[in-house]
Write a protein that binds this ligand. Sequence first.
Ligand code: FMN
Ligand code: SF4
Ligand code: SF4
Length: 442
Amino acid sequence: MADLSIEFCGIKSPNPFWLASAPPTDKAYNVVRAFEAGWGGVVWKTLGEDPPAVNVSSRYSAHYGKNREVIGFNNIELITDRALEINLREITQVKKDWPDRALIVSLMLPCEEKAWADILPLVEATGADGIELNFGCPHGMPERGMGAAVGQVPEYVRMVTSWCKKHSKLPVIVKLTPNITDIRGPARAAKEGGADAVSLINTINSITHLDLDRMVAFPTVGGASTHGGYCGTAVKPIALNMVAEIARDPATAGLPISGIGGIGNWRDAAEFIALGAGSVQVCTAAMLHGFRIVEEMKDGLSRWMDEKGYRSISEFSGKAVPNTTDWKYLDMNYQVIAQINQDDCIQCGRCYVACEDTSHQSIAQLIDQQGGRRYEVIKEECVGCNLCEITCPVQGCITMVPQKTGKPYMNWTQDPRNPRAESAQSAVQSTAQEPAAEVAQN
Ligand SMILES: Cc1cc2nc3c(=O)[nH]c(=O)nc-3n(C[C@H](O)[C@H](O)[C@H](O)COP(=O)(O)O)c2cc1C
Ligand code: SF4
Ligand code: SF4
C-alpha cells in the first residue's frame, strides 16, 4: 500500500492533508476532533498581538451554482479573536497529546522586528513544528498594515521572513497572497529572506453578490458591506497556476510548496502535488462538509497511487511541472479533432450551437426525413478547440482524438509563420523544453 507520510521542510506528517489556518483550526476542541478524524496536520488559526481581533456579524457569503451548490466562498473574518495566552496554552497541550501530527502556528504581526522577536520564543516554547507567516489576508488586516499589505510588497516579505529566521529555529513557511500580478515576486523574496517553504493561496479579493432591493453586497453588516476573501472550488484553477509558476521558476525551484485553494477531494490534492506541492491544505471544503472528508481524501489518494505504482508522495510530487511550459514552447504541429460517439449522443444540439456560434462552424446538423437529427464533425474544419466536448452534457460522448500529422515538434520560436522569430539560440533552448507528454503523443 502507498505510503502517504511526508516530510515537508523538516516537518513530519502521517499524510499530506493539513487543515489550513481558519475557523476549523481556531481552538483545541476543533483541532483534536480534526486529528481524530485523520488529518495529518493543521495550521492553527492566525495568532496576533493582544488585544485579540474583534469580528463583525455577519461574516460569510457564497457564490452558488444552479443547484445551490457552493462554488465559491467569501469571508470578512479577521485573525483569531481569542487571547494569545489561551491559544499558546492549547497549542502546547495539543502538540503534547498528538506528537505524530504536524502542528504549524500561523502568525500575523505589525512590520516591526520587536513584535516578531517577542512572539517567536513563545511559539517555539509550545513545541509546535513550524510557523506560517500570514502575508495574505486581504480584508480588514491590510487596512492595519498587515496581511496582504505585506504580501504585496516583496521587500516587506523578504524583511519579515528574515526576522523570523533570525529569531526562531522553527521552519518558516511564508503564506502568499494571490492578490498580486506576478506571484513569483513575493515567492522569490520569501526565498531570499530565508523561507523554508511557501504556502499558497490565501483568499482572493471578492464581492460574491448583491441584495438588489437594499442595494448592498453580502455579507451585509447593517446597511453596508466590504470586499471579502474568496476561496473554495472556484479558486482552484488560480491556485494551481500560481503553484506551478513557483515550481517552474528557476529562482524558486526546489522550494517546498504547500498547496492551498479549492481542494475538496483526493484528485484536487493529487493535482496540486503533481504541480509541485509537498503538502496540501484545506479550508472551505472542511467548513462546508466537516472533518470527515479527509477519509475519502486519504483513501482515494492511496488507491490511485497504488494503481499508478507510486509508493510515496515524493515519487509523483512535481511530475507535471516539466510538462507545464510557456505558450511559445507548445507544439504548433500538434492536432486534435473532435469525434462524436453517435451511440451515446442524445441529439441535444448543444455542441452544434456552441461550434456554430463560435468562429469554427465545424459541426454539421443533419436532419433526416422523419425530422431526426444527427450531428457530425466536419474534420477538415475542426481546429480542436475542445468547446463541443466541454459543452456536451454526456460525459465521454465527444472525445478529442490526436491526429497523426507526421510533422515533427515545432514551437512558435521555430515557426516560419512567426513574424518575430526569435534568435536561433532561443530556438535551441526551447527545444530543450519540449514537454515530454506532447512528444509521446506525436
Ligand atoms: C472563514 C475563513 C477564515 C480564514 N482565516 C484565515 C486565517 O486566519 N489565516 C490564514 O492564513 N488564512 C485564513 N483563511 C484562508 C484559508 O486558510 C485558505 O488559504 C483559503 O480559504 C483557501 O483555501 P480553501 O479554498 O480550501 O478554502 C481563512 C479562510 C476562511 C474561509
Ligand atoms: S473541437 Fe471546436 S472546432 Fe472542433 S468541432 Fe468541437 S467546437 Fe468545433
Ligand atoms: S452535445 Fe453531445 S449529446 Fe448533444 S448533440 Fe452534441 S454530441 Fe450529442
